[in-house]
Ligand binder design. Structure first.
Ligand SMILES: [Zn+2]
Length: 292
């Protein structure tokens, strides 16, 4: 449900982004959707039995896959460990470059693939690890095998990892009363405004750099120049990098997340507390210690 809510919380598509989404829809034969006045951020949730061409594009004639259909929107992979590892590894390049290159007999093709990846998984094969009410029946070996289905390089490209508990029994399956609904709607509006303001700051920051609208789209070099991180924040991150043996990518991505946290707060400088929060999201689930 959280993943499905995400596209609506993101700011409306910029003109240039909307044009790209329309192009993808029309290449996929969805001419009616491509021509609607208000084109929305896509939400795609392929099943783990999906084929390689259906995920990344291919076939004859070549058609874009789910990652291109998710352009400027959300690609949601539920039950992440159920996806074959070779399939997940194909996501590495597009996650890095925002584009998928397909090799054909005598030429190479490129489709846009700039999406936000959201994935969900259980804490263990039975799903009860860490729950108070139900016992987990898995052996440590089962848990280890389950988690190792997601390769290190893919995990390294997931910037925010959050443990989601089971809601209390009295909150499950109960239709929200009207006052509750209106409060939720109000909270969503506030959240949307905050996100829009943060995105606005990012658009201003990267004005003049073509195709860059937010922290995630900037190159690591560009971010390092424009991010406005305090010296103490960088020192703190360097120490963390040594302590947890983080990759250079992890360093750069943590800095980007810290910048976004500061943007959501409306703060001009990235400080130690922003970096600390960003690291907290990254370190959960690394080295197999996924809460629980
Ligand atoms: Zn279990």
């Amino acid at each position: 449900m959280l993943a499905r809510c995400l596209p609506a919380l993101l700011p409306p598509l910029a003109q240039e982004e909307a044009l790209e989404v329309r192009q993808v829809l029309s290449v996929c034969g969805q001419h009616e959707a491509a021509a609607t006045a208000a084109v929305r951020r896509p939400f795609r949730a392929p099943h783990h039995t999906i084929t390689v061409p259906a995920l990344v594009g291919g076939g004859r004639p070549v058609v874009p896959g789910e990652i291109t259909r998710a352009q400027h929107g959300v690609l949601f992979l539920d039950e992440l460990p159920e996806f074959p590892r070779r399939l997940l590894d194909l996501l590495r390049q597009p996650l890095e470059e925002g584009v998928i290159r397909l090799a054909r007999a005598n030429r190479s093709l490129a489709f846009p693939a700039r999406f936000q990846l959201v994935a969900a998984m259980n804490s263990c094969p039975c799903g009860n690890l860490g729950l108070k009410r139900k016992p987990c029946k898995c052996t440590p070996g089962d848990v280890q095998r389950y988690r190792s289905k997601i390769s290190g390089p893919i995990l390294d490209r997931i910037d925010l990892r959050i443990e989601v508990g089971t809601p209390p029994a009295d909150k499950v399956g109960v239709a929200a009363a009207p006052p509750h609904v209106s409060r939720l709607a109000q909270e969503s509006r506030q959240l949307r405004r905050r996100i829009a303001a943060a995105r606005g700051r990012q658009v201003d920051r990267y004005a003049g750099f073509e195709g860059v609208h937010c922290n995630a789209q900037a190159t690591a070099e560009l971010r390092r120049t424009l991010i406005g991180a305090r010296r103490e924040a960088i020192d703190f991150l360097r120490r963390a990098m040594t302590h947890w043996n983080l990759s250079v990518r992890a360093f750069d991505r943590a800095l980007a997340v810290a910048r976004t946290i500061a943007d959501l707060e409306g703060t001009s400088d990235v400080d130690v507390q922003h970096v600390a929060e960003a690291l907290q999201y990254r370190l959960l689930a690394s080295s197999g210690e996924m809460g629980g």
